[in-house]
Design a protein around this ligand. Structure first.
Ligand code: ADP
Ligand code: MG
Length: 270
């Protein structure tokens, strides 16, 4: 790991200076190229605020953000936005096209690509999210989960270095979530893309290389998902870990450390 692709240094932010409550207080962390980091924490801990600061939609009162070597400022904001694909929780206000494929193509139009190349990028992105059969559908008629998948395709079509997902999987059913997590893992391996996902979903946390825990606007913990599940009591761990703890409680001889689903299955089948 060389220089971080995302550097957040001492970021402090208030929405309302008069009340003087810090929504984020001296938040610092680094994220490295090719890493998948999940930012977790209770509602109201400042995760979405942080996401908006990272892409310059909000400006911190103090601190510094560096993305891929560029210090975030009015001068660099557009260059930085080109590096980051963003998907927020509510996809409804992210649609512009009259068909799904127009919508995904929209962001590409400014790049003046030859038609075939553009078409190929749209195809690839729609396949990745499992929405290629819906290319001619009207986006406004899709289900919430389908809309979210199209929003993710639109972000990915632009080949971002960084993908920032703020609870972007919330409306997906468990099967599509799992499919998408696998697709993103493959994409990360293939293209060295950096993923920052803000999430409450246990499987999404487990898919990450590292978790950063925010509480009351402060970073209170950071580490491997299995370490965090052992130490942060308020984060309910994934099913396999809950099962492991229960078995131990019942006096069964399970290993006294975090187990992934695969490890648990292997142990049970012994
Ligand atoms: N536009 C806003 N104006 C004022 N306060 C806000 C605004 N958006 C969020 N907040 C407050 O900032 C805090 C952090 O919110 P948010 O960043 O959305 O947290 P999270 O995404 O972790 O749930 C909350 O107390 C919330 O009420
Ligand atoms: Mg939020």
């Amino acid at each position: 790991m060389s220089t971080p692709i995302i550097q957040v240094e001492n970021v402090t932010f208030q929405y309302d200076k008069r009340t003087e409550t810090d929504i984020l207080s001296s938040v610092s962390f680094n994220i490295y190229k090719g890493e998948w980091v999940a930012i977790v924490g209770k509602n109201g801990s400042g995760k979405s605020t942080l996401a908006q600061i990272l892409v310059g939609l909000l400006t911190a009162q103090q601190g510094e953000i560096t993305i891929d070597g560029l210090k975030l400022s009015q001068q660099t904001i557009w260059e930085i936005r080109r590096k980051i694909g963003i998907v927020f929780q509510n996809p409804d206000n992210q649609f512009i096209g009259t068909t799904v494929q127009d919508d995904v193509a929209f962001g590409l139009e400014n790049l003046n690509l030859p038609y075939d190349e553009m078409r190929a990028k749209v195809d690839e992105a729609l396949k990745l999210v499992g929405m290629d059969d819906f290319r001619l559908h009207d986006p406004s008629q899709l289900s919430g989960g389908q809309k979210q998948r199209v929003a993710i395709a639109s972000a990915l079509a632009l080949d971002p270095n960084i993908l920032l997902l703020d609870e972007a999987f919330v409306m997906l059913d468990p099967a599509s979530r799992q499919d998408l997590l696998i697709a993103l893992k493959q994409l990360k391996q293939k293209k060295q893309i950096t993923i920052v996902s803000i999430t409450h979903d246990k499987n999404e946390m487990v898919a990450a290389d590292r978790l950063i825990v925010l509480n009351n606007g402060r970073v209170v913990n950071s580490g491997l998902p299995k370490e965090i599940f052992m130490t942060q009591a308020e984060l309910e761990p994934p099913f396999s870990e809950r099962l492991r703890r229960k078995l131990r409680e019942l006096g069964k001889n399970v290993p006294n450390e975090y187990m992934t689903e695969d490890e648990m299955v292997r142990w049970l089948c012994k």
